[in-house]
Design a protein around this ligand. Structure first.
Ligand code: ATP
Ligand code: MG
Length: 381
């Protein structure tokens, strides 16, 4: 029988999961999202909404009572609360998997224990620990919040001794870790999935370009050698076997100067660098996530066409309502997230630029330049 799907978080990721779910009426009869923003993106495409904070225990219990199966678009959920409602609804990825992944220290420790390469790191409890770490790693180092970071906001790069105190104070009472800086050649990621039966599939390796720690462009496939691609995909598969939970996971990696792969971090959810799959692949990451948590066979992850995904971020110069964006160009697929207010660097939408007739990534890159100008947000009034 078709199930009722509950999603914690109804932002753009919840929105695109909702849209995928609506195309699977034989498996999913209704979608309910828990989100604190009135008329959140997912609600705008047909999800019912429970208006409450992500951490509101009563609201999570309410969602579990109303749903057969629960998933999430954010990793900051309270894994203990989720564990406590497991008798009411099946939760995927599991609260155990979430608990490990949402804490960067536990996550990296698990990877190291299983022989999966990550940058060297240590736990930080007092300022002296940072000094010890710097002795070991040398400058620069990254001080990171263990939990609830996004878009690089949980990171502080320390370049010299006089920045140690500033960095430590920046985080106030948060739990921290210190990480060796990786002078990477490229950032890449693998969108990987594992269904409830243990079947694992990965999408081809993609290349990610960040601006001010925010993802700006994803290039599918990554411009690396076959060997690097193989290495990354093997590491992704091994990681999925270690993590156990069901669903789609975004595995962010660095390609080092000597062409090795190390994992930066894992997101236990659909990932911004997988948005290209909406047009580039037979199965989008959103459909794949649903297939994984429903225990269906995973869909094909073959890349049908090289594609560049470009994130539309709010213009730095203003905050407020903006003139609606349109793009009507061949092979360009614009997706706006229904957010009324533009804020500096806020993720408002994205577009996919898809290759035709054997176009190369280089040719797509040229086509991309003038398109960037057309998606700059301007004040409405
Ligand atoms: P996200 O931006 O994915 O939401 P986040 O805020 O948790 O995640 P990270 O992924 O840890 O942050 O880091 C953000 C960016 O900072 C990375 O994409 C990378 O560019 C850079 N970075 C992080 N760790 C390192 C490192 N050890 N060495 C070099 N650069 C790093
Ligand atoms: Mg990251």
């Amino acid at each position: 029988m078709a199930k009722i799907l509950g999603i914690i978080g109804g932002g753009q990721l919840g929105m695109m999961i909702t849209e995928a779910a609506k195309k699977m009426p034989e498996y999913i009869s209704k979608i309910i999202v828990l989100d604190p923003t009135e008329n959140c993106p997912a609600a705008q495409v047909g999800a019912e909404q429970i208006l409450a904070d992500f951490k509101d225990k009563d609201a999570i219990v309410d969602l579990a009572n109303k749903s057969d199966i629960i998933t999430y678009e954010i990793e900051s959920g309270d894994s203990d609360v989720l564990k406590s409602v497991e008798k009411n609804a099946e939760i995927n990825p599991s609260p155990e998997t979430l608990k490990i992944i949402q804490d960067k220290f536990l996550q990296k420790s698990l990877l190291v224990e299983n022989g999966i390469p990550v940058s060297e790191f240590i736990k930080i409890e007092k300022i002296e620990d940072i000094k010890e770490g710097i002795k070991k790693f040398g400058f620069p180092v990254l001080l990171k919040a263990r939990r609830d970071a996004y878009d690089g906001r949980g990171n502080f790069k320390i370049n010299s001794d006089d920045e140690i105190q500033i960095a430590f104070d920046y985080f106030k009472e948060q739990n921290l870790l210190l990480e060796k800086f990786v002078p990477f050649k490229m950032e890449v990621s693998v969108i990987a999935s594992r269904n409830t039966k243990g079947q694992i599939k990965t999408y081809p390796l993609v290349e990610n370009i960040h601006e001010k720690s925010i993802l700006r462009e994803t290039i599918a496939p990554a411009r690396v050698t076959e060997q690097v691609t193989k290495k990354a995909e093997q590491i992704a598969e091994k990681t999925m076997a270690v993590l156990k939970g069901a669903g789609v996971f975004g595995i962010e990696m660095f390609v080092t100067q000597d062409n090795n792969i190390i994992i930066n971090e894992i997101a236990p959810r659909v990932h911004n660098s997988g948005h290209h799959t909406l047009q580039s692949s037979e199965t989008s990451q959103f459909e794949q996530h649903l297939r994984a948590i429903l225990g269906l066979d995973l869909g094909s992850t073959k890349l049908l066409h090289p594609t560049i995904m470009y994130n539309i971020l709010g213009t730095k110069s203003f905050e407020g309502e903006y003139i609606p964006l349109t793009l009507s160009e061949p092979n360009v697929y614009l997706k706006m997230y229904g957010k009324q207010i533009s804020k500096p660097l806020r993720k408002l939408g994205h577009f996919n630029l898809v290759a035709e007739n054997g176009e190369t990534i280089e040719e797509l890159m040229k086509k991309l330049e003038p398109l960037k100008e057309k998606v700059v947000t301007q004040p409405l009034h």
